[in-house]
Design a protein around this ligand. Structure first.
Ligand code: SF4
Ligand code: SF4
Length: 525
């Protein structure tokens, strides 16, 4: 009896239409296995621009370590060099010492703000054109196409059983990829030592183990990221696609499928039109999908995977040219323009897309269609980014042009803080560091300012005790000297404990000052 009652009661309970988002029945694996992508070769203005960028960026990367820059006999002649052994960074006429690392930090901040500026104006242009991952994948694809053919030939080859010709093609492709990867790793280490010398050392097995380890690591990462993982690096490993969304607004340019003129798409547009159906400009040829290096369909809307390489624009423009229609079915567009045109095509959202609404009587695009205007680049967000970027750049430039190439740093002896000599005079010890930051030898004059009656003796320097000394310093070096300052007993009371070490280069008129103190018995410290 109880059972019957319970069943009857349960039937009165409403079943809600709800399902857990991670229910076992529909749960997706966290990692989707890779589906192979065979991007077709694209032609057009954006492809040509990408070739140019690729040539320039690869040229800069591979050739820069081989550029020479004459800094005289006392400094390396490599134009760009990170000299780890001597802790210097050389960039053409600029030399950075470790304590000047703020310039490098400033450059990194500028690069970050510059990336914000570019992203907020032209979307992910960094990803699509200049990111090393994009450039090297492009390079690897050039090799793949040259050996295995374009998309259809590669798909056919991939599906074919292993044979001698297939093995030969695959072997050649991977061999060239490895050569490129080795060259990439090799070029990197040339930035850290004299390139011609290091090349000889590497080839003859004389280079440091760390050089071989670095080359091996970069070879492996270039080969795996550029040849094997490709788009997966952008989709799964790179944080930038997640961050960039915060920098886009409705006036940022992104690669957009203009469905307000493309839909309803039809593979048989003429037939559909003859039947009186409304058809858009998209003939559903999939050319845009075939060229996409990320393997996505831009017609599905903005996607995290889209690196805005614009190759789909080239592909679709080619199709539109053949059909005799206006280019720009896929184009760089802002969300604001897209929304305005969408409102036009859908009668402000009251109807489905009707591309006739965006066309004039002659069949061309109506004057009401919104197009991107360059003035839209100038808006508060981009002004703030550009202002910040410029300000950091100007401050850095000013600091760089007016920075001192002569410095003095002083360390007062802490134990003992002073010594009372047999005649009652007081002696203090100091370690003075003289920095000659130019690649020329210099004689630096060190003198005392203040502390009347005091004399100075430089340990190891054959010069009479006095109030100044001439100290030679090697080019581009720091010289550390021990100095004793002695104050006679009869000048103890009238002496102010504060004084300065003054360094001067009388040839270049550069100078620096370090304010120090002189310790004596009973004086407050
Ligand atoms: S959708 Fe177009 S712009 Fe985006 S990655 Fe693919 S080809 Fe490049
Ligand atoms: S290339 Fe152009 S016409 Fe062809 S499917 Fe893509 S959007 Fe449509």
């Amino acid at each position: 009896m109880t059972l019957v009652t319970d069943t009857a009661a349960s039937e009165t309970i409403e079943r809600l239409d709800a399902e857990a988002v991670n229910s076992a029945r529909t749960r997706q694996p966290l990692y989707a296995p890779r589906k192979k992508i065979f991007p077709k070769r694209a032609t057009g203005q954006f492809r040509r621009f990408k070739w140019l960028i690729m040539l320039v960026t690869l040229g800069i990367y591979y050739l820069t370590p081989w550029l020479r820059w004459d800094r005289g006999p006392h400094a390396p002649d490599q134009a760009v060099l990170v000299d780890l052994a001597n802790r210097r960074f050389y960039f053409f006429f600029i030399e950075i010492w470790p304590q000047e690392f703020i310039y490098v930090a400033g450059l990194l901040v500028m690069a970050g703000v510059g990336l914000f500026l570019i992203t907020s104006t032209v979307g992910r242009a960094w990803c699509g054109y200049t990111c090393p991952q994009t450039v090297w994948v492009d390079l690897f694809l050039v090799v793949e196409r040259a050996i295995e053919g374009d998309r259809n030939a590669r798909i056919k080859l991939d599906g074919a059983p292993m044979s001698a010709p297939k093995l030969a093609k695959r072997f050649s492709k991977h061999l060239i990829w490895v050569v490129i990867a080795v060259a990439t790793g090799g070029a990197w280490v040339f930035y850290f030592a004299d390139a011609p010398t290091l090349l000889v050392d590497i080839v003859t097995g004389q280079a440091a183990p760390v050089a071989y380890m670095t080359i091996a690591t970069l070879t492996a990462t270039t080969y795996v990221f550029g040849g094997l993982m490709r788009e997966q690096v952008c989709t799964y490993m790179c944080p930038w696609p997640r961050i960039q969304a915060a920098m886009l607004d409705e006036n940022s340019l992104t690669v957009t499928y203009n469905d307000w003129r493309g839909e309803p798409r039809s593979r048989h547009a003429k037939k559909a039109a003859a039947e009186g159906k409304t058809v858009g400009d998209c003939v559903d040829c999939n050319a845009c999908v075939a060229v996409c290096p990320m393997g996505i369909d831009i017609r599905d809307g903005q996607q995290l995977e889209c690196i805005t390489c614009a190759l789909c624009i080239d592909a679709c423009d080619g199709v539109m040219d053949k059909l005799g229609r206006e280019r720009g079915l896929i184009s760089y567009a802002t969300l604001a323009d897209y929304n305005a045109n969408m409102a036009l095509a859908t009668a402000s959202g009251t109807d489905v897309i009707n591309p006739d609404r965006v066309r004039d009587a002659a069949g061309g695009l109506s004057d009401k269609v919104a197009h991107f205007r360059w003035q839209k680049i100038f808006r508060p967000r981009t002004f703030v980014y550009f202002g910040t970027w410029s300000l950091i750049g100007l401050v850095m430039l000013y600091a760089l042009l007016t920075r001192d190439r002569l410095e003095v740093n002083v360390l007062h002896d802490r134990n003992p803080q002073y010594v009372v000599l047999s005649d009652g005079s007081i002696r203090n010890g100091y370690t003075v560091k003289l920095l000659n930051m130019i690649p020329e030898p210099r004689v630096i004059f060190l003198s005392l300012d203040g502390l009347p009656g005091a004399t100075m003796q430089v340990v190891g320097l054959d010069q009479p005790e006095g109030r100044s000394a001439a100290i030679p310093v090697d080019p581009d070096r720091l010289r550390e000297v021990r100095i004793f300052i002695t104050l006679p007993a009869d000048r103890l009371n009238d002496a102010n404990a504060k004084f300065s070490f003054v360094v001067e280069d009388k040839a270049s008129f550069e100078s620096d000052i370090y304010r120090a103190s002189f310790n004596r018995p009973g004086a407050a410290r």
